[in-house]
Ligand binder design. Sequence first.
Ligand code: SF4
Length: 213
Amino acid sequence: MTKEALALEIIERLKKEYPDAGCTLDYNQAWKLLVSVRLAAQCTDARVNVVVQDLYAKYPDVNALAAAPVEQIEEIVKPCGLGRSKARDISACMKILRDQYGGNVPEDFDALLKLPGVGRKSANLIMGDVFGKPAIVTDTHCIRLVNRMGLVDGVKEPKKVEMALWKLIPPEEGSDFCHRLVYHGREVCTARTKPYCDRCCLKDICAKNGVEE
Ligand code: SF4
């Protein structure tokens, strides 16, 4: 099977397995997803979802957060780890949204990339989830799973994985596909234990099935 055909088959099977897979960060406004993706670095989405409740209770909109002292943001977000740099980035980011974008999140990949603390993974997540645009989110689950499945071969650098997947995944499928990889990576194709290949919906087409790492 070609990599293109393999990709399409995996997409269809994961759709059946995880029909409702979406972003596991809670948000109801675009700027909140921007805050949450920064906090999610080296932290679980579940913890981020709790911490942001305190943050938004005190600073309920872009203007309020942009005007907040960085130390006070840090005090609230420090349970997510890397509190100082995350608070600094969030503060700088909110000031840019306030001063350059009328309080909105820019609908442009390159503009997103210029925001403090926003890398390709976060910019793709926002393009896909907020704006419904094509997106490939190469987080740790995505990179591990597409290597195991045989969609890429020994490619670990996130941008290289992203570029390889753009050639294989239909653009409109990218965002949901990556969300489904997160679910599959947590539940079946796990990182810290041996993957549960015997109960995997991809076991007959996956390159790694049964092969020791
Ligand atoms: S067959 Fe095994 S290695 Fe392949 S995707 Fe499924 S759990 Fe992961």
